[in-house]
Write a protein of this length. Structure first.
Length: 87
């Protein structure tokens, strides 16, 4: 094992994955040019607590407010589309 290698999840953070997720959230919710707080409030109305970061070194975290269960970004996008939260 190469000690100088970088793990995939670490590489995603360095490459700005959090910014990409925020852009995808905005696009999926059909809300262009809105800030992080607006996105968090929209998700909150649908029972999702979101810690969103527009930086390179932190991870966006999504949780079901009722169960405190963590949700992946891909699961959240799927929920938005299936439930038409953008309407």
């Amino acid at each position: 094992m190469n000690k100088n290698s970088i793990k995939d999840d670490e590489l995603d953070k360095v490459n700005g994955r959090t910014s990409q997720e925020i852009a995808e959230l905005s696009y999926t919710l059909k809300k262009s040019n809105v800030g992080i707080e607006t996105l968090k409030n929209i998700l909150k109305t649908h029972g999702i607590k979101a810690n969103l970061y527009d930086g390179q070194y932190l991870e966006n975290i999504y949780k079901n407010i009722e169960t405190n269960e963590r949700i992946s970004h891909d699961e959240l996008i799927k929920m938005i589309v299936e439930n038409e939260w953008y309407m």
